[in-house]
Design a protein around this ligand. Structure first.
Ligand code: GAP
Length: 512
């Protein structure tokens, strides 16, 4: 399936089956705002649960927090967001379309990178087992020329951005001959900075004194509570604070379904460490986070690290975990070594000490921080797009199936009486009662059994429990497995245990 097609299909499927709806659709929707439907909310909750289990429940030294969205406005001055949370914006004068200048340049670089990759793939085919990719990249003239070009573009861009030389960024776009991706026009305006924070007013106060912001990241709620949690939880460094919550950014272009929105959810960890140990913990968290992703079984080849060229204003080291979305490899999660920037800034702006007394060192210090930050909506899109499959079956039939990892599936089991009579519905409902306290289940007695299986495949239900006449005689049912479509006959008394074992998060952790 072509990747472009896949995104369209995933969007259509999401709407048809109640995963994601366009927001306020009866008023023709609101650009880049979406609502999670009856199955979407279940999948989202399961992803949150998987993250919370891995971060908070599985680490003795990590605790949770739920900070408010509104914060004192000085928070955002201290964090640098008022002055530096900008995207360089450029308009095309002919198409009137607005773009992020950095994204236009990144896309240009990605095309050169793709050419290098193409050469590597060709050479791999030609040389077979004897192929040495590292040697090829360091000796092949085309690859070397292209790599040098990438380095030179990145260097020019970084220098211009660091010097806040927006004319230099425009010059780079012009020198590279970058055109409006939609129309091909090269008639650009100047580049200017655009602050991404949403402003609003607090209560009855109007004017500048009442201005507050919708938080653009959840992280600052953790920093300002650092000492509250450390003292009341008697936390010893290294320790972490984890949080899941909404964040808001007035993105210049919000697009690609739920990939880039103006209201979204983040799952963030701030891990406080002794200064000088941040490099070790940065590597620890890079490794832990990629394991968490790969344990889902969505395909190891779908992940890659991307080390940052242009670091955020607070970081001394940063990498993204990129996922192979239908639109190609894009950022799913960021891992930042944030130094002591945030805590020091908050000390300075609040006049309060935000230091830790280290009993082993017998001294106070401002801890360093390693952050992991993943967008919940992007994770949702990663799971949904990697799970969406159209399969040709024996006998010429087709099915659309969501191969969602069972632990994340919105509905764990469907209970299906073969017929709507002969006491089968009653028996099926008894089983439903037994399961529904622990698992999200559906009961369905409408249509032929084959059609009911297809409906469950389409929403990713991993197990269908069918109650037939034999069930009344020997107290057994069949359990049909979604991916293989095989059926096993098991005792009704064992169904709860079997489903529980197969959908447990524990399975993911033992694989990791
Ligand atoms: N506290 C660090 C921070 O916010 P970020 O790289 O700006 O870092 C972290 O954002 C993650 O939040 C991203 O990797 C992405 O998954 C998600 N994210 C950021 N902007 C988003 C948007 N507009 N829509 C959806 N998800 C977004």
């Amino acid at each position: 399936m072509a990747q472009d097609d896949k995104l369209k299909k995933v969007i259509g499927h999401s709407k048809e089956y109640g995963f994601v709806f366009p927001s306020s659709e009866i008023y023709d929707g609101l650009s880049a705002a979406y609502d999670y439907g009856q199955l979407g909310v279940e999948l989202k909750n399961n992803i949150k649960n998987y993250w919370w289990t891995a971060m908070v429940k599985m680490h003795e030294n990590i605790v949770g927090l739920d900070a408010s969205i509104f914060m004192h406005p000085t928070t955002w001055k201290a964090s640098g967001h008022v002055d530096a949370f900008n995207d360089p914006l450029i308009d095309n004068k002919d198409s009137k379309k607005r773009y992020r200048a950095d994204v236009l340049i990144e896309d240009y670089v990605a095309k050169i990178q793709a050419k290098i990759q193409k050469d590597v793939t060709k050479a791999k085919k030609r040389f077979g087992d004897a192929f040495n990719e590292e040697e090829f990249l360091s000796t092949n003239a085309n690859c070397l020329r292209r790599s040098a070009e990438i380095n030179s573009i990145n260097e020019r861009f970084k220098t211009a951005m660091n010097a806040e030389d927006l004319a230099g960024v425009k010059q780079l776009i012009e020198d590279l001959g970058i055109a409006d991706p939609d129309t091909g026009s090269k008639n650009w305006t100047d580049v200017r900075q655009f602050n991404l924070m949403f402003k609003t007013e607090l209560g009855a106060v109007s004017g500048d004194s009442g201005v507050i912001y919708l938080r653009p990241e959840t992280a600052q709620g953790i920093f300002v509570n650092f000492l509250n949690v450390q003292k009341t939880g008697r936390m010893k460094i290294p320790f972490g604070i984890a949080q899941i919550g909404k964040a808001f950014r007035n993105e210049i272009i919000a697009r690609q379904f739920i990939f880039r929105m103006r209201e979204f959810e983040q799952m963030e960890l701030q891990f406080f460490v002794k200064p000088g140990t941040q490099e070790k913990w940065y590597e620890y968290w890079k490794n832990a986070r990629i394991q968490w992703h790969k344990a889902l079984g969505l395909g190891e080849e779908n992940y890659q690290f991307h080390d940052h060229v242009k670091m955020a204003h607070y970081a001394d080291n940063a990498a993204d975990i990129e996922f192979n979305f239908p639109m190609g490899f894009k950022e799913l999660e960021g891992i930042h070594s944030r130094t002591d920037f945030d805590l020091r800034q908050h000390e300075e702006h609040s006049g309060k000490k935000l230091q830790y007394f280290d009993p082993e060192e017998n001294k106070n210090y401002v801890p360093y921080v390693v952050e992991t930050s993943i967008g919940l909506d992007r994770m949702f899109l990663a799971v949904l797009s990697a799970s969406y499959n159209e399969e040709k079956l024996e006998g010429g039939n087709e099915r659309t199936v969501l191969n969602i990892p069972p632990a994340l599936a919105p509905v764990k089991a469907a209970i299906l009486p073969l017929l709507k009579k002969d006491g089968l519905p009653e028996k099926a409902r008894e089983i439903l009662k037994e399961l529904q306290f622990d698992f999200n289940c559906q009961y369905d007695e409408k249509d032929a059994i084959g059609r009911r299986y297809r409906r469950q495949d389409a929403i990713g239900t991993p197990y269908c429990i069918t109650v037939d006449h034999q069930s009344l005689e020997d107290h057994t049912v069949t359990i049909r497995e979604r991916d293989t479509m095989t059926q096993d006959r098991v005792a009704i008394a064992d169904v709860h245990r079997i489903i529980g074992e197969r959908v447990a998060f524990k399975n993911l952790f033992t694989q990791a």
